[in-house]
Design a protein around this ligand. Structure first.
Ligand SMILES: NC(=O)c1ccc[n+]([C@@H]2O[C@H](COP(=O)([O-])OP(=O)(O)OC[C@H]3O[C@@H](n4cnc5c(N)ncnc54)[C@H](OP(=O)(O)O)[C@@H]3O)[C@@H](O)[C@H]2O)c1
Length: 341
């Protein structure tokens, strides 16, 4: 069976397809024929060697994949042969709040991930995919959708329909966040460097859009659009270049969900900017298997169709990485593991 491997820091050129040995299944293990893998900014960080964790040996990259159960090992009860499943980002975080033990490993980070024709995962690391989601759609759920779900519906301070969610940029997390928020009856404001991408965001139902290049003081515009109140939740993916503006744009008692740092990490947040208005900064680290199950159920029930920008065949995985790195995408970039050119 074919699998990709990469050494942390080997760059995209270091992503190589190899013949990978098929091993026997142990207690509780499940063999999955992977159909689709979705890329995340994190996969670029692994390639660049600047991800949060690292290991010395090559790994099979990518956290996000969906496929079909080919075989089950002894003791497996949660799934059966033929089930459609997605892998959970943190195989040991099943439910509840995170602990160091629950997030000790992440697929495609410090242990093997999903960019392979077949993978073996423990049954507890799997969520059954609802019938309404294709494999390609389901592959977008484990990292991007779970992170957006966690930020808006789990880690925020009692968001309710009609509240406003601010989404920075038009990458995978933000566009899924837009779609989930819109389907839940929330008002949405989207920022982007591109007017064309903002037009697409409006087509998806964004109530307001702001070009953060032409309006660098976009936090003022958020306050203007919300009649001085601010957004109840901000999906803060920008990092050091945006976090203080996000704090300024969030409403009294609202939540800035600290998710990423596409403009880098560092800088300072003035505590005084938080205290008088009881604003909350909350770190969000993907989420649990229960959140994966919850978000897939919501997507299935609400009819949300995750925005897939491009699908690449398995043998063009490097091109898929380069396309994501170019920043040209809107929504998700996916690899169809069942197709080759
Ligand atoms: N904490 C977690 O659990 C978690 C989970 C997933 C992702 N993340 C992090 O979240 C970030 C986004 O991940 P992703 O996979 O969604 O990335 P992505 O699909 O590659 O999207 C990145 C987007 O960021 C936007 N952007 C770039 N510079 C910006 C700026 N200065 N202000 C606002 N937006 C800016 C761009 O949007 P435009 O082209 O529209 O300008 C770009 O498309 C990354 O830092 C990633 O590591 C964290």
């Amino acid at each position: 069976m074919q699998a990709y491997q990469i050494l942390h820091g080997a760059n995209i050129d270091g992503l190589q397809a190899i013949d990978y040995p098929v091993r026997d299944l142990g207690l509780g293990e499940v063999r999955i024929r992977v159909h689709a893998v979705a890329l995340n900014y994190r996969d670029l960080m692994v390639a660049a060697g600047n991800y949060l964790v690292s290991v010395d040996d090559p790994i099979i990259p990518c956290s996000d994949g969906a496929g079909e159960v080919l075989a089950v090992g002894p003791g497996v009860t949660r799934v059966q042969v033929g089930d459609r499943v997605a892998g959970s980002f943190f195989p040991f975080w099943h439910e509840g709040a995170p602990t160091p033990a629950k997030i000790r490993n992440g697929l495609g980070g410090d242990i093997d991930g999903m960019l392979a024709e077949e993978v073996v995962l423990h049954e507890d690391a799997l969520a059954v995919v609802p019938a309404g989601l294709s494999f390609i759609e389901a592959a977008t759920m484990p990292c991007a959708a779970v992170t957006a779900w966690n930020a808006i519906f789990v880690s925020s301070n009692h968001v309710k329909p009609g509240d406003t969610v601010l989404l920075l940029g038009t990458g995978g997390v933000s566009i899924l966040g837009l779609q989930l928020a819109r389907a839940a009856g929330l008002r949405t404001i989207v920022t982007s460097s591109s007017d064309e991408k903002l037009a697409r965001a409006r087509e998806l139902g964004a109530h307001h859009t702001i070009n953060y290049t032409t309006i660098p003081e976009w936090q003022d515009e958020v306050l203007h659009l919300t009649h001085g109140v601010g957004a109840q939740v901000v999906l803060e993916v920008g990092g050091q270049g945006t976090v203080n503006r996000s704090v300024a744009a969030v409403a009294m008692g609202g939540t800035v969900a600290i998710i990423g740092g596409v403009s880098g990490f560092g800088g300072e947040v003035n505590p005084a900017a938080l205290l008088a208005s009881a604003k909350r900064l909350v770190g969000v680290h993907v989420g649990s298997r229960a959140m994966l199950e919850d978000v897939m159920r919501f997507v299935d029930a609400s009819g949300v169709k995750p925005v897939i920008d491009r699908v690449f065949p398995f043998d063009q995985a490097q091109d898929a990485y380069r396309y994501l790195a170019s920043g040209a995408h809107f929504g998700k970039v996916v690899i169809d593991v069942t197709k080759s050119v």
